[in-house]
Design a binder for this molecule. Structure first.
Ligand SMILES: NC(=O)c1ccc[n+]([C@@H]2O[C@H](COP(=O)([O-])OP(=O)(O)OC[C@H]3O[C@@H](n4cnc5c(N)ncnc54)[C@H](OP(=O)(O)O)[C@@H]3O)[C@@H](O)[C@H]2O)c1
Length: 432
């Protein structure tokens, strides 16, 4: 008869993901025992408010407000951090690793900013640190990078990494909704926080890109290395104009190695409607990895949500306790290379550029004159109406520096009704 090993789990946070995890562990006790040979016992769950009604979970779990209460259990095998936020979560993860406990977390905020230090700490203490759910929820991209693709030489990582903003853009396009209404709908459906700033500013996607690119390229990287723009500047008009050019708008996180440098950014991009990314809608996520031997690999699926995320956290816990996947950060995670970042003068793209103005003569001449002076070549130009004058331009490949300079000059024109804007057009990464 196979022995069932008892495993003690300390749960930090019992909100959307933590409570779904606790439910899964209870509901699937038999299956977990049969497949992994373990029984997971959640001893204590750390929360802010122990009085809160927790849908029957109070009968199954013991809640505490004191971190020490979770840590005082001598048998503690795995600490699962699902608090969110930065300070308390980081302190708790460090405390766990320093005490020699294995840690599973879904916290992209702390991993992007402190992941390198946490890997070192885990290694020094001989502990596992697993975080599949931190990037694209249950889509198994991090573990694929760790295992099957461990020895691949990647040159590009691109993704739709934030479900909230993808939902908002999909709604703006399909329902022809203004940004504010689409955001309100996302909040109503539980897809956006009351304070959605980390999502809509693009920072959440940048955090995930850091975690992904660090693993794929084995490089040292922080969120400050990623130029980041969110979706607050994308209007329903931009989506309509994009459609006019056979494109949609997606918030893409892009990291590519070119000429020995890293080009990385998070920004709204025009994506041709025939491209795979254009069909990733609502809260779905997608990641494309491009490597020397494997070519192009597409991962897609739910990028958020209680159950998919809890499923990935449970998978990490089982990997660690069964020892079926090495999660102690090893050589690769500890020896990250430094790579120079490409400057705005070196980063080239085609761009979509829009100038909205009160009807005036000679506007087009003034706009094209500025672009010409800044070294931005026009590929296609159209004057489009929609209640006001709009000049919409698709450029030839131009440097980011030239486009920024031209936007600054265009913003000085006195007949504008909006700040001029430019979004890169997504082109397939060139290998190098
Ligand atoms: N939700 C998703 O779809 C998703 C997807 C991928 C990754 N993640 C990540 O998973 C983590 C958890 O997200 P979530 O959506 O489950 O968050 P959440 O619903 O806000 O839950 C947070 C939990 O942590 C507790 N908590 C927070 N700060 C605390 C503190 N200082 N002391 C004690 N308890 C504290 C809260 O207690 P109370 O219940 O008493 O308020 C709550 O139970 C985050 O890092 C998030 O980025 C979430």
């Amino acid at each position: 008869v196979l022995q069932i090993r008892e495993v003690t789990v300390g749960l930090l946070g019992c909100g959307v993901v933590g409570s779904a995890l606790a439910e899964l562990i209870h509901a699937e006790e038999k299956e977990i025992a049969a497949s992994a040979g373990v029984k997971l016992n959640i001893t204590k769950a750390l929360v802010r408010d122990t009085e809160k009604d927790r849908n029957g979970l109070k009968k199954k779990l013991s809640f505490t407000k004191e971190l020490e209460e979770v840590f005082k259990d001598k048998e503690l095998d795995v600490v699962v951090e699902l608090l969110g936020g930065e300070e308390t979560a980081l302190a708790a993860v460090k405390k766990g690793l320093e005490a020699g406990r294995n840690v599973v977390t879904a916290n992209k905020l702390i991993l992007s900013a402190h992941g390198e230090e946490l890997n070192q700490l885990a290694n020094r203490n001989g502990c596992s640190l697993a975080y599949e759910a931190s990037v694209a929820s249950c889509i198994p991209v991090l573990q694929s990078l760790d295992v099957t693709l461990a020895a691949e030489n990647f040159h590009a990582v691109t993704g739709i990494l934030n479900g909230t903003t993808n939902f908002i853009l999909s709604q703006m396009e399909r329902g022809n909704l203004p940004y504010g209404e689409a955001l309100a709908l996302a909040q109503q459906k539980g897809l956006a926080e009351t304070d959605p700033s980390l999502d809509v500013s693009g920072q959440d996607a940048a955090h995930k890109l850091v975690i992904l690119a660090r693993k794929a390229f084995n490089i040292s990287l922080t969120p400050a290395d990623i130029p980041t723009a969110g979706i607050t500047n994308v209007s329903a008009e931009d989506l309509r104009f994009a459609a006019h050019f056979g494109c949609t708008v997606k918030l893409l996180a892009v990291a590519r190695k070119r000429n020995g440098k890293l080009e990385a950014r998070v920004a709204p991009h025009l994506v041709p409607t025939g491209h795979t990314f254009a069909s990733i809608n609502d809260e779905s996520n997608a990641v494309v990895l491009e490597g020397e031997a494997v070519g192009k690999l597409l991962f897609a699926g739910p990028g958020a949500g209680a159950l998919p995320t809890a499923r990935a956290v449970l998978g990490d816990i089982l990997s660690i306790v069964t020892g079926e996947r090495a999660c102690i950060p090893g050589r690769k995670a500890l020896n990250l290379a430094k790579i120079p970042l490409a400057s705005p003068e070196e980063t080239r793209s085609r761009y979509y550029l829009r100038v909205a103005f009160n009807d005036q003569p000679h506007v087009l001449a003034q706009v094209t004159c500025i672009l010409d002076a800044c070294g931005v070549e026009v590929h296609r130009v159209e004057a489009l109406g929609l209640g006001q004058g709009n000049i919409v331009i698709l450029t030839h490949p131009a440097t980011e520096a030239a486009v920024s300079a031209s936007l600054a000059e265009l913003a000085e024109l006195d007949f504008l009704t909006e700040r001029p804007k430019a979004f890169p057009i997504f082109d397939e990464p060139q290998s190098n």
